[in-house]
Each structure stands twice: as C-alpha cells, then as structure tokens.
Write a protein that binds this ligand. Structure first.
Ligand code: CTP
Length: 403
C-alpha cells in the first residue's frame, strides 16, 4: 500500500469553495503518516480559517510572505526546503495561471518557485473556467514542467453547473500524493535499532564503556527510514546527529537500553541490535566519587542482560537481527551466536581487521540467516546499511509467504 510515512507534505490552499475540503485532506494526509504544514492564500482564508487547519495539522499555518515574525519562525526558503511534496488543493484557475506564469506574488507561489519538491495540483473551479483555453494552456504548461495533477472530478458543482471542475475527493488526493513516492521496501514497517556504546557507571564521574562510534547503527536507521519504515534509534552516548525522519531515544547504560527497547516492542516489526552493549557492569555504583586508595584495587563486575536475546525471546517477537563481532572462526561463531540468542538474522564482522568496524567509515560483513548467507564486500557504512536493509526486507517477504 502507498503511504506517506516520514514525508513532509506542504499543503497549499487557494481561494475556492473547495477549500473547506482541505480540513478533511489534512486529516487524510496525517492518517497516511505524513507531517503536514499548510500555506493559505488570502482567498483561501475567506473560505476556511487558518485556525482550523492549524488545529488539524498540529502546526502553525503560514499565510504571509513579508511577515518578519513568521519568517523568524520558518522562512519561505526553509518551508520550501522542508517539503518533500508541495500539494496545492484546491488549485484555482487564478493560482494555475500564476504558477504557469512563474509569479512570486504571495507566499504560496514563491514557495512553489523556491522548492525542489514535486508539485501535485488538485484543480477546482467552475466547469467553464476549466474548459477555457487559457486554463487549458496553463495546465499544459504546468504538466510540461513536470507538475502532476489529480482531478478535477466531474459532477454537480457548488455553482449549480454540471461538468468537470470539482476538486477530487480528499481520500483520492491523499492516495495520489502517496503514490508519487516510490513504495519503500519497508513501507509501513516499524523498526527499532540499538546503536552506540553503553556506559556502566562506577561512581558519579567514572564509567566503563567502549569505542563504538554508533556509525553503523545510525546508517542502518537512515537506510530503514529511506526504505519507508517508521524508525526509532535507541542510542547510547555518541556524537552523531540524528538522521532525518528517525526518532532518537537517548540512553546510557545497558539496563536503560534494555528497558527502552522492551517498552518499544508492542510497536516494533523489526528489531536490529547494533549497539556495542557492555557485557558487564560494576556490581555496585558508588554514591560519591571513589577516592584514591591502595596500590591495587579490584572491581567486581556483574553480567548485563542481553538485550537482543531478550527481544528475541519476547512474546510476539519482531523479526530480530543481531551483530556478531568476532576475531576468529567468524561464520561458525556467528551461527552459534544466532542460535544461542534466538535471532532471525545475524551480521558477522571480522573485527581482527583494523580497517573496518568500530570507528571506521567502512565495513564489510557476512549476513547469515537460518538457511542462507550473503557476503557484503567492503563498502561505506551507508551502502552496507542499505544492503542489510534489503536483505531484511527480502527475508520478511519470504516469511510472509510462508505464513
Ligand atoms: N548484545 C545485546 N546485549 C548485550 C550484549 C550484546 O543486545 N548485553 C547484542 C549486540 O547488540 C549484538 C549481539 O548482541 O547484536 C552480539 O554482540 P557481541 O558482543 O558480538 O556478542 P556477545 O553476546 O557479547 O558474545 P561474546 O562476547 O561471547 O562474543
């Protein structure tokens, strides 16, 4: 099914009677998973109030081009960049003419010029205006520039005429908007990924941790979001920026990572354990900073819970993927780890090779599952992440067919 998960839809509303249907259109777009912001022309505000569309979209409605305060919030250029799609519904005859003429005489037409996002138009006007040669020429110009049109539908019009010119139904417009985006391999799936190191506190100022950069987990999150999945990262402390369209939940210790991961399970179809979880934590955390004392001290450590194994053992478990960092007998140890932890798939890394893994930008891996395996040659972590996501999607299709 087409969807708008992770998509920013900028809805332009121009001044026609069909503007009242924009309220329902916002609802339909949200239902498809889009984030919606609305621009209204002056005319549109005669038919429906900005407040209505603000309340429905959950975002302030943009109306003015030369409003210093509004520009401070989100400038017209930022709006143009923000949009993954500019959808104008209703698009009146006047608006089509202004777009065809390349005018920039209000916020909506200016953003239409300034955006690189695709433009989808839902025309709405009197049937005679739609049939007029001037409108037909404008539509032809816009189509030739790559704009997509949905509708108009035919039927009885608000003015009493019968013919083509009615704005298409909101559900049809939303579905057309969704169909403009390539259906991602993980369309509609919910993915949770653990990433980065964990920190196990010794006292208020010290901890045990490791050198994991989180790069592989973050690359996987980006690849999952790009594939259309609603993606959440449960991240240990790293210095990476949050990838676009990915929710990032910060944690510190293995226990916190476990708790957060388990909480997310009811809304998780695919779980990828990519974090370098500390296997042990100090048996006790000192309340005060530990003072220097004797020449030698020893530290008592206790085992941390295994997060990916706990997920794999849960009721209604998601498709569960783990990583195996090994220095010898890579495939045998990885297969054993997959079985021990009850995983559906494991990504095996040879960490004896210093050119890949932990802090590097590159990685190579062998991906194993119950009845198959695939070698992924050395590549950037982003490229490798995309291949891993493709393999996961492939296994899901196979599993669906078997069920
Ligand atoms: N993992 C986890 N929780 C832990 C330890 C590991 O979820 N407490 C996950 C990692 O995210 C990874 C996989 O388990 O997906 C394998 O981690 P690895 O360190 O290779 O394996 P270990 O279980 O620690 O086994 P060993 O140290 O014996 O190799």
């Amino acid at each position: 099914m087409a969807h708008l998960f992770n998509r920013n839809v900028l809805l332009g509303v121009s001044g026609g009677i069909a503007a009242y249907k924009s309220a329902e259109l916002v609802r339909q777009l949200l239902e498809q998973g889009a984030t919606v912001r609305v621009i209204m022309t002056r005319g549109a505000q005669e038919f429906i109030t900005p407040l209505t569309l603000q309340a429905l979209s959950g975002n302030p409605v943009h109306t003015e081009l030369l409003d210093a305060e509004a520009e401070l919030g989100m400038s017209h250029i930022e709006l143009a960049r923000w949009a993954d799609l500019l959808l104008i519904a209703p698009a009146t005859a006047d608006l089509l003419a202004r777009l065809a003429g390349g005018r920039a005489d209000d916020l909506l037409t200016t953003v239409a010029l300034a955006t690189a996002a695709p433009l989808l138009l839902a025309p709405a006007m009197n049937q005679q205006m739609w049939r007029d040669k001037a409108t037909a020429a404008n539509v032809a110009t816009l189509r030739a520039r790559g704009c997509a049109l949905v509708g108009p539908a035919s039927g009885e019009q608000a003015c009493g005429d019968i013919g083509p010119g009615r704005m298409e139904e909101p559900a049809v417009i939303a579905a057309t908007a969704a169909s403009l985006f390539e259906t991602g391999l993980l369309a509609g799936k919910r993915v949770v990924i653990t990433a980065g190191p964990t920190r196990e506190a010794l006292d208020p100022v010290r901890f045990i941790s490791n050198h994991s950069s989180g790069k592989m987990g973050y690359a996987l999150a980006r690849a999952a979001a790009d594939a259309g999945a609603r993606t959440t990262l449960v991240s240990g402390p790293v210095t990476l920026p949050a990838p676009d369209h990915v929710r990032v939940l910060q944690v510190e210790s293995a226990s916190q990572m476990l708790e957060q991961s388990l909480q997310l399970l009811p809304e998780c179809d695919i779980f990828i354990g990519c974090a370098a979880v500390a296997d042990y934590r100090p048996a006790a955390v000192a309340v005060q900073k530990i003072k220097k004392g004797p020449e030698e001290i020893s530290l008592q450590l206790v085992r941390n819970p295994d997060i990916v194994a706990a997920v794999a053992a849960s009721e209604n478990r998601p498709f569960t993927v783990g990583f195996a960092a090994e220095t010898q007998d890579l495939l045998a140890h990885a297969r054993d780890k997959m079985a021990r932890k009850g995983l559906d798939m494991i990504v095996a890394n040879d960490v004896s090779d210093r050119s890949i893994g932990f802090n590097s930008d590159d990685n190579a891996a062998t991906v194993l599952w119950a009845d198959g395996e695939q070698v992924l040659a050395l590549a950037g972590k982003a490229a490798l992440a995309r291949q891993i996501i493709e393999l996961i999607a492939g296994r899901l299709v196979t599993a669906d067919k078997c069920n």
